[in-house]
Design a protein around this ligand. Structure first.
Ligand code: SAM
Ligand code: SF4
Ligand code: SF4
Length: 340
C-alpha cells in the first residue's frame, strides 16, 4: 500500500546503510582526520535489518538500495542480500559501492540475488584518485567494475562526483570508460550535505556547464525527458550513448522525491538534509512488529514536508551544511552515515 506525504510524494525508495565505516576518505564526503563511529551495540544485525525492510515494504517501498559508509566492508553482506532477495515486494534490489572490494564480492553478490550495482568512480587517473580519496586503491576499483561485469551484472551505473578544478576535465573520459564497460555514467554535482565540511559553491560544476562542455566535445545532446522519480536526468549523445546528471545542488528534484534513508543503527531520515530522524531501533528492540513499524512509518511519512535541497538553494549565503562541531554532536548528519 503506498502512502503520500504533504506534497503528494509517495514513499517508494529505501536507502539502507549497513555500516558507517569506509575504506576511503573522499574529500567531498569524509575530509576530516577523525570521526565518531556508531557504537557497535547499536548496529542492527541482519535479522533486524530484514525486519525493518519488511516494515518499509508494508509501508509502500518497492526499491531497496544497500549503501554505507562502504557496504562491502560489512562482514558477510551477501547473507543480508540473500535475505532481501527473497522478499517478493522488492522490484529493484541494488547496492552502491566504491568498488574496492567488488572484485572479491561480485560473484557472491550476484549469486545471493543482488539486482544491480552502482560503482562510484570520480577519476580514471590513479594519482588523482589518491589525492581525492586519500587511499591508493584505484586499480582495485577498476578491477571491481570488471568483476561486476564478469559476474553477470547488467545495467551497472558509474557515479562520478564532479568537482571544479579537480576532475572536471574528465567528463568525456569517464563516459568513454563507461561505454567500454557497458555501464551508464552519471555525473553528480558536489552537494553541501552534512560531512562535506569543505564544500563551497566555487567547486560545484553545475549541470548547465557539464552539458556545455559535453556539447563542445560530442555535438548535440538530446534530453530524454523521462518523468520518473529517479534523481538523474538522462541524455543521449549523437552516437547513442546515454548518460545522466544528478543536479541536486543547482536544480534539486525534491518535488519528485520518493526516497528515505535508514542508518546502520536504525535511525530513519525522510530527507538527506534532515537534522532529526526517527529511532526505529528502539521500537524494534522493544518488540514492535513489522505491522506496527509500518503503521508508524506511514504516519510519519504522511506528515512529511521536507525539501532540503530546495531550501538550501534559496539560501543566499551558502556554505557547508554543518560545521565540524555540529557533526561531532550529531554524527547522524554525516553523508557516510546516511548513505548518500
Ligand atoms: N561508499 C559508497 C560509495 O561511495 O559509493 C556508498 C556510500 S556514498 C555516501 C554514496 C554516494 O554519495 C557516492 O556516490 C558518493 O559519491 C556520494 N557523495 C558523498 N558525498 C557527496 C557530496 N558531498 N556531494 C555529492 N555526492 C556525494
Ligand atoms: Fe567516499 Fe563513499 Fe566512503 Fe563517502 S562513503 S568516503 S563517498 S567511498
Ligand atoms: Fe529528497 Fe530531501 Fe534530497 Fe530533496 S533534499 S531530493 S526532499 S532527500
Amino acid at each position: 500500500m503506498t502512502v503520500t506525504d504533504r506534497h503528494g510524494r509517495e514513499l517508494r525508495n529505501l536507502r539502507l546503510s549497513v555500516t558507517d565505516r569506509c575504506n576511503l576518505r573522499c574529500s567531498y564526503c569524509m575530509p576530516e582526520e577523525e570521526y565518531g563511529w556508531l557504537p557497535k551495540r547499536d548496529i542492527l544485525d541482519f535479522e533486524e535489518l530484514s525486519t525493518l525492510v519488511d516494515a518499509f515494504l508494508l509501508a509502500g517501498v518497492d526499491k531497496v538500495r544497500l549503501t554505507g559508509g562502504e557496504p562491502l566492508v560489512r562482514r558477510d553482506v551477501e547473507v543480508l542480500v540473500g535475505l532481501l532477495a527473497q522478499k517478493r515486494g522488492i522490484t529493484d534490489l541494488a547496492l552502491t559501492t566504491n568498488g574496492i572490494l567488488l572484485g572479491e564480492h561480485a560473484a557472491a553478490l550476484k549469486r545471493a540475488g543482488l539486482g544491480r550495482v552502482t560503482v562510484s568512480l570520480d577519476t580514471l587517473r590513479p594519482e588523482r584518485f589518491l589525492k581525492l580519496t586519500r587511499r591508493d586503491s584505484h586499480a582495485d576499483v577498476l578491477a571491481g567494475l570488471e568483476a561486476a561485469r564478469a559476474a553477470g551484472f547488467t545495467h551497472t551505473k558509474i557515479d562520478s562526483v564532479i568537482l571544479r578544478g579537480t576532475n572536471d576535465d574528465e567528463l568525456a573520459a569517464l563516459i568513454e570508460h563507461g561505454k567500454q564497460l557497458d555501464a551508464e555514467v552519471r555525473f553528480i554535482e558536489y552537494m553541501d550535505v552534512g560531512g562535506a565540511t569543505n564544500w563551497s559553491m566555487d567547486e560545484v560544476l553545475p549541470k548547465r556547464e557539464m552539458l556545455e562542455r559535453l556539447r563542445a566535445e560530442y555535438g548535440p545532446i538530446l534530453p530524454l525527458h523521462e518523468h520518473g522519480s529517479a534523481p538523474a536526468e538522462r541524455f543521449l549523445l549523437p552516437d547513442g550513448t546515454v548518460f545522466g546528471i544528478i543536479a541536486s545542488t543547482t536544480e534539486p528534484f525534491c518535488a519528485r522525491c520518493d526516497r528515505s534513508r535508514v542508518t546502520a543503527d536504525g535511525t530513519w531520515f525522510q530527507c538527506l538534509y534532515a537534522r532529526i530522524g526517527v529511532d526505529l531501533r528502539a521500537k524494534l528492540r522493544a518488540g514492535a512488529t513489522r505491522e506496527e513499524l509500518a503503521a508508524l512509518i506511514q504516519r510519519v511519512w504522511t506528515g512529511r514536508t521536507d525539501r532540503g535541497a530546495e531550501v538550501r538553494l534559496a539560501e543566499h549565503e551558502r556554505g557547508a551544511l554543518a560545521p565540524r562541531d555540529e557533526l561531532v554532536q550529531n554524527v547522524h548528519l554525516e553523508m557516510h552515515k546516511r548513505g548518500g
